[in-house]
Design a protein around this ligand. Sequence first.
Ligand SMILES: C[S@@+](CC[C@H](N)C(=O)[O-])C[C@H]1O[C@@H](n2cnc3c(N)ncnc32)[C@H](O)[C@@H]1O
Length: 219
Amino acid sequence: MNAGGAQKNPPGRRDFYRTVAPVYDLLAGPFLRPVRNDVRRIAAVLAPARILDIACGTGEQARMLAGDGFAVTGVDLSPAMLAQARRKGAGAGAYFLGDARHLPFAAGSFDLVTIMLAMHEMDYESALKVMRESLRVLDRGGTMIVFDYVRGRGLVSRASLRLFHAVERMAGRRHFRNFRSFVQKGGLEALIAGHPLEVLLRTGYFHGAMGLAVLEKMH
Ligand SMILES: C[S@@+](CC[C@H](N)C(=O)[O-])C[C@H]1O[C@@H](n2cnc3c(N)ncnc32)[C@H](O)[C@@H]1O
C-alpha cells in the first residue's frame, strides 16, 4: 500500500494506462456521466459511512462521491491513473496504489464498494479474486455496486456490444482477450452469481451492452 508521493509499478510490470491516463476523463467522461450520476443517487439513498472505489482509475467516481460528502477511498494498480486522481485535490478522496486482488484493507472496513468498468479487463480468475476481496473488506450488510459489460440478449444489445468490441480492441491484445472471455462467460451476471450477495437493483445502459448491479452482502 502506498498513500502518496511518487509511485511506480513494480519492476517488470508496465503501466498500461500511462498513455491514456491524461485523456481518460476527456474520452470516457461524457459517456460514463449517466452511470456515475446513478451511482451518486444510489449512494445518497444508502448513505454509507465508508466507501471504497476499487480500480478507481482517475478517481472521477470517487471525486463525485466525495463532493457529495462521503468519505471515499480509491485503490488502483496504475500510478498514471492515480496521478490524475490526486490532481483533483485533497477533498476528492484518499488514494492508494494497490492490487485489488489483494486489497490492503482489513476485513469489514467499508460499507459500500464500487467497481466501475474494471472487471472485464482482468483475466477471469483475477476478477473472481477481486469479487472475493470486495466481499472481505465489505462490512456485514454492506453494499457492492458493480458496473460492467453484460452478455447481451437480443439483437439490439448484441449489436451495441459489437460496437464496444472496437473500443476494447484498441486497448491492446491482452485487454481485448480478457474482455471477450468476460463477455463469453456471461459478463456481469455470471461474475456476481455464486457469491453471497442479494441483488437489490439491476439496470442496463447502452442498449443493454452494459449493466449496473447493486448487491447486498448477505453474511
Ligand atoms: C477502464 S478503467 C476504469 C476506471 C474507473 N473505475 C472509472 O470508473 O473510470 C479500469 C481501471 O482498472 C484498473 N485495474 C485493473 N486491474 C486492476 C487490479 N488488479 N487492481 C487494481 N486496479 C486495477 C486499471 O488500472 C484502470 O485504472
